[in-house]
Design a protein around this ligand. Structure first.
Ligand code: GRF
Length: 202
């Protein structure tokens, strides 16, 4: 039986597309993207999913209390029997209800070397801080922002001529690579969690 992935997104959807490409190419074997959910109408990621013939659902979040909203999302994910939930540019904090319902089954990609620069505009924060290496992180999700045990990270050098745009582009390339790798590791169960440490096993 194929493992079923649910993707939650709010925007562009390039990480979703990278995952979909990896599934299609067999880099994430025995898996399928069962549903893509967006909290924003008109999210380009939804159009990308539709263009690939992947099921989509838009559930507008505006004005809804966090848990009320998350219960609607969970109902859709359960309806599609997802095994793993991938946040891919999903601009919402999850409720304790949602996090508790899917223990170690929610992943996120963040464009910094966590725990540095959580939150928004991480690439600009990194540039302004003056770090010499930036990067990205795939981690399990808990109810705190950009927290949770780290599965994989990748670094990129920050060069003198880098701008926010050029740095973001370099990081994004690594995001696309390590998100698929992390999803494969988790779906194949090739890890152990010891405290905050995710130990990769073979
Ligand atoms: C990515 O940089 C991701 O790390 C962050 O939000 C951005 C989403 O980009 N969480 P996309 O929608 O996947 O293109």
């Amino acid at each position: 039986m194929k493992k079923r992935i649910g993707v939650l997104l709010s925007g562009r959807g390039s990480n979703f597309e990278a995952l979909a490409n990896s599934v299609a190419a067999g880099r994430i074997p025995h898996a399928e993207i069962a549903i893509v959910v967006s909290n924003r109408e008109g999210a380009p990621g939804i159009q990308r999913a539709e263009a690939r013939g992947i099921k989509t659902r838009v559930i507008p979040s505006k004005g809804l209390e966090r848990e009320v909203y998350d219960r609607q999302v969970a109902a859709v994910l359960d309806e599609h029997k997802v095994d793993l939930i991938c946040l891919a540019g999903y601009m919402r904090l999850l409720s304790p209800f949602f996090v508790a319902k899917y223990p170690n089954r929610i992943l996120n990609i963040h464009p910094s070397l966590l725990p540095s620069f959580p939150g928004l505009e991480s690439q600009r924060q990194a540039l302004e801080y003056g770090v010499k290496f930036a990067g990205c992180t795939v981690h399990f999700v808990d109810e705190n922002l950009d927290a949770g045990p780290i599965i994989l990270q990748a670094t990129v050098p920050v060069l003198a001529q880098d701008t926010e745009a050029s740095l973001s582009e370099k990081i994004l390339k690594e995001e696309h690579r390590i998100y698929s790798e992390a999803v494969k590791i988790v779906l194949e169960g090739k890890y152990k969690i010891a405290g905050r440490r995710v130990l990769l096993t073979s």
